[in-house]
Write a protein that binds this ligand. Structure first.
Ligand code: ADP
Ligand SMILES: O=P(O)(O)O[C@H]1O[C@H](CO)[C@@H](O[C@H]2O[C@H](CO)[C@@H](O)[C@H](O)[C@H]2O)[C@H](O)[C@H]1O
Length: 493
C-alpha cells in the first residue's frame, strides 16, 4: 500500500507533484485504482510519471518500461512503481493483465503478469545489468546480487533458465512473482520468488537489508536472498536532487509452504489446540531477534527516542480517529495506556521485523517456521522503518495475530460461543510468550506497559488498514481495542 502519512516523503516529493512529470493516460489511472496494492477504497488515482527506465528483453515485439508515478489524488503523494509491457499485438490469454490500449494501437499490460517480464527481470538482477537514464531527469536502475548465506542458491539460480512465471494471488501489499526455472538439461531447478515493490521510497528497504543480514548470520529462519533491483529518480528534496531506493527483491521460493495464518486459522476453526506450534514460533522469533541484534547495529532507548515513540503513537491515533470515527470514544483511554511507556524500563533497541503477524511466517515442510517480508508496516514512514526499534513491537504484533484469528472465527460463526475462540487465542498467546522467553531469557510479560501500548498501537493501525483495504473486517480490530483497554485496566495478560 502507499505510504499514507509519511510527512517526510511527502515533503520530499511534494513540489514535484504538480507542473512536473507527465500525466498518465486515464485508462492507467482507472486500472491502478482497482489494484489491491493501491488501497484507494474507491478513490481514482491521478498519476504523474516522474521518470521511467527500460528493462532489456530478448522477447521480439515487446518493450518493458517501468514508470515511477506519483499519485496526486492522494494527499500524501505516494510514489508507486508501475512496470508495463507494450506489445504490437495482443498477448494470448492476456486479457486479465491488459491495462489498456495505448497510442498507435499498442497493447499495454501489467508487466508482472506478462510472461516476458520474469525472464528479463531475473537476467537483469542475476547478471547485475544496468539501465541508464535515457534522458536528463529520467529514472535509471541496476541489478545487484545479495549474499545468500550458507545456501548454494546462487549457483543454481545463475545456471537456471526461466521456464514459467505466475503472480502470487491474495492480499499482498506488493506484487510477487513465482519463477519456475530449469537447469541446462531442461530439468526443473530451484524456483525463485521476486517481489516487485509497489510503493517505493528513497532509502534502503528493510526487506532487502534484513533478510540478507540474517542469512549471512547463518539463520535458518529466512529463505536465501538472491538479488535486487535498485532505482534512481529525480527528487529535488534529496541531496544531489536524486532519490535512490529498492525496486525489487528476489529470493529462493520454498515450495509446498503454507503460511502460519492459514495453519492457525484452520486450527482455530476446528477448535484444535495450537499452543505447541505457537511455542515453537515464539522460539523462532526470539532466535531471529537475537541474530538481528548481533548482525545489525543496536542502541540505547534515549528519553528523546521514548518521547518520539509516544508522540508517534499519539499522532497515529489522532490520524486514525479521523478515518475511523468509532475510535474517537476510546481516545483518552488509549492515550492513558500509551502514556505509561514513559515510566517503563526500555530494552536496548535493535532492528526488528516491523510488521510481524501470522501471514509473515511460512511453515516449510522439513524445515519449520520461516519468516518473510521484513519491509515493516506499509502504512508507516520509511525513515522510521529502517531504524533500530523495540523487539517487543514484533511480539505485540504476533499476539495481535492470534487474537485476529480468534476474531475472524467469532465474526464468521456468530452461532458459536465466542469464549471458546477467545480461550484458543489466550492459549496461543501464552505459549508464544513462553517460547519467546525460553529462547531469549527475557519474559515479555515483565514489560507489560510496553507490550500493552504496542498491542494497542497495532490495533489502532489495523483499524485504518481494514478501513482502507477490508472494511468488512473492521469490527475485528475495533473489538480488540475495547478488550485491550479492558485488559490493560487490570486483568492479567
Ligand atoms: N520465499 C518464499 N517462499 C514461498 N512463498 C513465499 C516466499 N516469500 C513470500 N512467499 C509468499 O508470498 C506472499 C507474499 O509475500 P510478502 O513478502 O508477504 O509480500 P507483500 O509485501 O506483498 O505482503 C507470502 O505471504 C507467502 O505466501
Ligand atoms: O502482509 P502485509 O505486509 O501486507 O501486512 C498488511 O496486511 C495484513 C493483512 O494481510 C495486515 O494484517 C492483519 O490481518 C492479518 C490477517 O489477515 C492478521 O494476521 C494480522 O494480525 C493483522 O495485523 C497487516 O496489519 C498489514 O500491515
Amino acid at each position: 500500500m502507499g505510504e499514507r502519512g509519511s510527512g517526510r516523503d511527502a515533503e520530499a516529493t511534494g513540489h514535484l507533484a504538480f507542473g512536473r512529470g507527465t500525466a498518465l493516460p486515464e485508462y492507467v489511472n482507472l486500472w491502478v485504482s482497482r489494484q489491491r496494492w493501491y488501497g484507494g477504497t474507491g478513490r481514482v488515482a491521478a498519476l504523474r510519471s516522474i521518470g521511467e527506465w527500460t528493462l532489456p528483453t530478448t522477447e521480439p515485439g515487446v518493450s518493458i518500461r517501468t514508470h515511477l508515478v506519483l499519485d496526486t489524488a492522494s494527499p500524501e503523494l505516494p510514489l508507486f512503481q508501475l512496470p508495463l509491457t507494450e506489445r504490437g499485438s495482443p498477448l494470448a490469454q492476456g486479457q486479465a493483465a491488459l491495462v489498456g490500449r495505448g497510442t498507435g494501437d499498442v497493447f499495454v499490460y501489467d508487466a508482472p503478469h506478462d510472461p516476458a517480464y520474469a525472464p528479463a527481470l531475473m537476467s537483469f538482477i542475476l547478471g547485475r545489468a544496468s539501465s541508464p537514464a535515457a534522458r536528463d531527469h529520467d529514472a535509471s536502475a541496476h541489478g545487484e546480487t545479495l549474499p545468500a548465506g550458507a545456501a548454494d542458491a546462487h549457483s543454481h539460480a545463475h545456471a537456471a533458465t526461466v521456464v514459467a512465471s505466475r503472480v502470487v494471488s491474495g492480499e499482498q501489499s506488493n506484487t510477487s512473482i513465482i519463477v519456475d526455472t530449469a537447469d541446462a538439461h531442461g530439468n526443473p531447478s530451484r524456483p525463485i520468488i521476486c517481489k516487485v515493490f509497489r510503493a517505493v521510497h528513497h532509502g534502503e528497504n528493510p526487506d532487502v537489508v534484513l533478510q540478507p543480514a540474517l542469512a549471512e548470520a547463518g539463520s535458518r529462519f529466512v529463505p536465501a536472498p538472491l538479488g535486487c533491483v535498485v532505482g534512481e529518480w529525480d527528487d529535488p528534496g534529496q541531496p544531489g536532487g536524486r532519490a535512490r531506493g529498492h525496486l525489487a527483491f528476489a529470493q529462493e521460493f520454498l515450495p509446498g509452504v503454507e503460511d502460519a495464518w492459514r495453519v492457525a486459522l484452520g486450527a482455530a476453526e476446528a477448535g484444535e489446540d495450537f499452543s505447541a506450534a505457537a511455542r515453537t514460533l515464539g522460539e523462532a522469533t526470539a532466535s531471529v531477534h537475537a541474530d538481528l541484534a548481533r548482525a545489525m547495529p543496536t542502541r540505547e532507548a534515549t528519553p528523546e527516542f521514548i518521547q518520539g515513540v509516544l508522540e508517534g503513537m499519539r499522532e497515529r491515533l489522532r490520524a486514525a480517529a479521523q478515518e475511523v470515527p468509532a475510535l474517537a470514544a476510546h481516545g483518552s483511554a488509549i492515550e492513558a495506556v500509551f502514556g505509561r511507556v514513559r515510566s517503563a524500563p526500555w530494552p536496548r533497541l535493535q532492528r526488528i521485523h516491523g510488521d510481524y503477524h501470522l501471514g509473515q511466517v511460512l511453515h516449510a515442510p522439513g524445515r519449520g517456521w520461516v519468516l518473510v517480508d521484513f519491509e515493516g508496516e506499509p502504512l508507516r514512514p520509511m525513515h522510521e522503518r529502517d531504524q533500530p526499534d523495540v523487539a517487543l513491537r514484533d511480539v505485540a504484533g504476533m499476539l495481535r495475530s492470534f487474537s485476529y484469528a480468534a476474531g475472524t472465527i467469532i465474526m464468521a460463526h456468530p452461532e458459536r460461543d465466542p469464549a471458546r475462540a477467545a480461550e484458543w487465542a489466550t492459549a496461543c498467546r501464552r505459549a508464544f510468550l513462553d517460547g519467546y522467553a525460553a529462547r531469549s531469557g527475557r519474559d515479555a510479560r515483565g514489560d507489560a506497559a510496553l507490550l500493552d501500548a504496542f498491542e494497542l498501537d497495532k490495533a489502532v493501525y489495523e483499524t485504518v488498514y481494514e478501513t482502507r483495504n477490508r472494511p468488512a473486517w473492521l469490527p475485528i480490530p475495533l473489538a480488540a481495542v475495547r478488550s485491550l483497554l479492558e485488559a490493560a485496566g487490570g486483568a492479567a495478560r
